[in-house]
Design a protein around this ligand. Structure first.
Ligand code: GLY
Length: 335
């Protein structure tokens, strides 16, 4: 299916007449075909929020509560991803996240605003909403990232409650895994992983948030892309924003989200930028077996794109016209 056809389809889907480069699709786009993506025509679609995976639908609702009342993008993304963090049924983010190989739930998160202010926590335990700790790092310290015990001490000092995040369901899954203890950290590539969220508010300000429990059964102390500004998330109000999901190591190697934003700065559409970084990731790995990575990009006008290594990635979209899931375009079917 050509990108041109995607363009027509998504313009209709989005219901926004001049939304020209929102090129995600419910059908596969082969990027081997010659690119025929329309030139950028600056339009303005705000407020808008986009986020990763099915769990983004509920997260977007909380974000939209704020955006639709004229609230800030920063408040919206924090409130949005907190929903996913606090959902015990979600086994890849916050409470109920699958633990590391020693049974510890360790969380990574970051947040970034339109002024390039940002905060992050990595390898944080016992705190249900790491995104709010990341925001406190951004607002109440001169630093960008706190990790491990220091991050926990900071959170407790700020009044966050210490609690056990390992639910019975996650513990059972871990105990089942322990029977083989086969060290193959798992990214669930079909319908769960990180939640990354990007938003533009009524006043045009952009913000993003990203939060995860990371790879299931990882080595204790492993940190992925999600708390790393430029890898899991990047916002530059001159251009737009991007976030990543999937195998964090691959995203870090390519400075994934920062790269998507830089490619947009150079004139690529959000969709073209996502496609290029996904293909860089594929090129830089000898094997892409189980290597799922997906990006969402949102330019400052509210045009979005999304693309992944494998089929199965989708994004949740909410704007004045639309509330739905959109399948990302991709490079490969799963074998
Ligand atoms: N993208 C989540 C992680 O690799 O931890």
């Amino acid at each position: 299916m050509s990108n041109r056809r995607n363009f027509i389809k998504l313009s209709a889907l989005g219901g926004v007449a001049l939304l020209t480069q929102n090129a995600c699709s419910s059908e596969q786009t082969s990027t081997n075909e010659e690119s025929n993506i329309e030139p950028i025509i600056p339009t303005s679609n705000k407020p808008i929020v986009v986020s990763t995976w099915n769990h983004g639908l509920d997260a977007n609702k909380a974000a939209w509560e704020i955006l639709s009342k004229g609230g800030s993008a920063l408040d919206a993304v924090e409130a949005g991803v907190r929903v996913t963090e606090s959902d015990p049924e979600n086994m890849s983010v916050g409470l109920g996240g699958l633990p590391d190989r020693d049974g510890n739930v360790t969380l990574d998160a970051c947040i970034m605003d339109h002024n390039s202010k940002c905060g992050a926590v990595a390898f944080l335990q016992y705190i249900e909403n790491p995104i709010s700790v990341a925001r406190k790092v951004m607002e109440d310290t001169p630093h960008v990232m706190l990790a491990g015990e220091g991050a926990l001490a900071f959170a407790l000092d700020k009044g966050f409650e210490k609690k056990n995040l390992l639910t019975d369901k996650a513990k059972e899954a871990w105990e089942e895994w322990l029977k083989s203890s086969d060290y193959k950290p798992v990214i669930n590539s079909e319908n769960h992983d990180t939640i990354g969220m990007l938003a533009i508010d009524e006043s045009g300000k952009i913000a993003g948030a990203c939060t995860t429990s990371g790879m299931a059964y990882k080595i204790h102390g492993r940190v992925g892309d999600s708390p790393i500004i430029g890898a899991g998330l990047f916002v530059d109000s001159e251009v737009g924003s991007a976030c990543a999901t999937g195998v964090g190591e691959a995203v870090i190697r390519t400075a994934g989200s920062a790269m998507v934003v830089e490619l947009m700065r150079q004139g690529k559409t959000p969709q073209e930028a996502c496609i290029e970084v996904v293909n860089r990731i594929i090129k830089k790995h000898d094997s892409i077996e189980n290597l799922q990575v997906g990006f969402i990009a949102l330019d400052k006008y509210g045009n979005y794109g999304c693309h992944s290594v494998y089929a199965g990635f989708n994004i949740a979209l909410r704007d004045n016209e639309t509330e739905n899931l959109v399948d990302a375009t991709y490079e490969n079917e799963w074998e």
